[in-house]
Design a protein. Structure first.
Ligand SMILES: [Mn+2]
Length: 397
């Protein structure tokens, strides 16, 4: 909104603020590219260009990590970063279309188009946040339970190293092992804000813990479950729920349509999670819906986890997904919801269900990338992540 006093546009305010942010990272990258990629041909006037592409430009060139961020190959060092993108290329939990195992690579590829500077976000991600790409978790195709154990241990490693986990699926069965990697390390209740067209809360689907089941296993069935310290305590199928993930702090947004929600709805009703349909969001408006979601998720909680199923966005915009359901969010609504929710801070986030074989023009993977960037950017602006104060010069206006 324009400033109510001066009438100055938000964009102009942001541009001024962005000017105060250092260009240290950008300068370092140019020096690194010239060092590793050699000096350009004589006819090239811009001497910051190297002979071999080693950095962000050209966006269509090079070896792609997420946002062309540093590849943290030695994952023992992941704690050197404030945030870490990690791929979980697993789609054995899908019940309709597969293909999400190719999600992380597609998101990485399209992410190269972004340079981390956002006028409407008012943020320069590379300068204000140290983040890396930690590569992919070694999933076991065809074995859901072994994959869950790998995933929980890997996410737990990233989280306890001190980096904010940015988890890119993969199908939504991962919601459970992802949260199981984080929640046991939080000294208090964890709220979950879950964007989806599907309720994903039944116990089993076709005799396994598929992508229709994560919140049955994550949210606990009893308020008085004993708190356990490690994820190992929750690695058996007979455990129902993580001790500090009460269903009252689970908010499910965008639910609706005609696919597979009956068994999960019964569980949601029994346990008392909050189910916000698309119609609820439409009637409340995005701002009010986000406020309600935050209130519910944060009630007596220490942290909130964001689970974003890309199928919550209408398949007209996001066709590349396992179980499309018309009538979802527009990208503008979804991204605004994500920004409003990220303002209060998150303990980790996941974006799941991007299935590149069904995608068109990378639209779906680009939206997944935007969900990540908008959440990160918002947290940086709000001081919940990164190091804005260190790179921002004093206001000299
Ligand atoms: Mn879904």
């Amino acid at each position: 909104m324009p400033d109510p006093k001066t009438g100055e546009l938000r964009g102009n305010r942001n541009i001024k603020r962005l000017k105060r942010i250092s260009q240290k990272k950008q300068d370092e990258e140019i020096a690194r590219c010239l060092e590793l990629g050699l000096e350009a041909a004589e006819s090239i006037n811009d001497r910051s260009i190297s002979l071999f592409s080693r950095g962000h430009q050209p966006a269509f060139a090079g070896i792609n990590t997420f946002m062309k961020a540093p590849y943290c190959e030695d994952v023992r060092k992941v704690g050197d970063y404030e945030a870490a993108f990690v791929g979980v290329p697993f789609d054995t939990g899908t019940t309709y279309r597969p293909g999400t195992r190719f999600g992380p690579q597609a998101v990485r590829r399209i992410s190269a188009v972004y340079d981390g500077y956002s006028v409407d976000g008012g943020v320069d991600l590379f300068e204000e946040l140290d983040f890396c790409d930690a590569g992919d978790i070694f999933v076991i195709p065809g074995n859901i339970e072994k994959t869950f154990d790998q995933v929980s241990m890997a996410i737990s490693h990233i989280y306890t190293s001190g980096a904010f986990p940015i988890i890119c699926g993969g199908d939504h069965s991962l919601g459970y092992p992802n949260v199981r990697g984080v929640a046991p390390h939080i000294d208090g209740n964890v709220g979950i804000i879950h964007f989806d067209r599907h309720i994903d809360m039944q116990d089993m689907d076709m005799d396994e813990r598929m992508h229709t089941t994560p919140w049955y296993w994550t949210s606990n069935a009893h308020e008085d479950v004993e708190f356990h310290g490690t994820h190992h305590d929750h690695s058996h199928m007979h455990d129902v729920g993580l001790a500090n993930c009460p269903p009252k702090n689970l908010v499910q947004i965008g639910i609706g349509g005609w696919y597979g929600s009956r068994p999960g709805s019964e569980v949601a009703r029994e346990r008392g999670s909050s189910v916000m349909t698309m119609k609820d969001v439409e009637e409340l408006g995005v701002q009010k819906a986000a406020e309600m979601a935050l209130e519910l998720a944060w009630k007596d909680a220490k942290a909130v986890y964001l689970s974003f199923d890309i199928d919550s966005i209408d398949p007209g915009f996001a066709p590349g997904t396992g179980t499309p359901e018309p009538g979802g969010f527009t990208p503008r609504e979804a991204l605004e919801m994500v920004r409003l929710i990220a303002r209060e801070g998150l303990c980790a986030m996941e974006v799941v269900e991007v299935s590149p074989p069904y995608d068109v023009n990378d639209n779906t993977s680009q939206l997944a990338c935007r969900v990540i960037l908008d959440a990160l950017g918002t947290m940086v602006v709000e001081g919940k992540l990164g190091h804005r104060s260190e790179v921002m010069a004093a206001d000299d206006e």
